[in-house]
Design a binder for this molecule. Structure first.
Ligand code: SF4
Length: 74
């Protein structure tokens, strides 16, 4: 697992163990997600894509490897 707090305050968590290297997230939010040397997703410092782009990338991940949570939300 790896976690990043987006500038908007939402918490982004990736589960690299689930990632199947589809590169969907890296194309939809390239300032937040990148592919590492193993071909797996990793988070970039800053995560400067708009929150909506990050949420869309999470929704489109084929294996639900990305969680976007609002602190304090149930
Ligand atoms: S969209 Fe999901 S499976 Fe595809 S690279 Fe991103 S985390 Fe991995």
């Amino acid at each position: 697992m790896d976690t990043l707090v987006h500038p908007s305050g939402v918490r982004i968590t990736i589960d690299r163990g689930r990632c199947v290297c589809s590169e969907t997230c890296t194309s939809m939010a390239p300032q937040t997600f990148e592919t590492d040397d193993e071909g797996l997703v990793r988070l970039l410092d800053g995560g400067s894509d708009p929150e909506a782009a990050v949420r869309n990338a999470a929704a489109c991940c084929p294996v639900q490897a990305i969680r976007v949570e609002t602190p304090g939300a149930p």
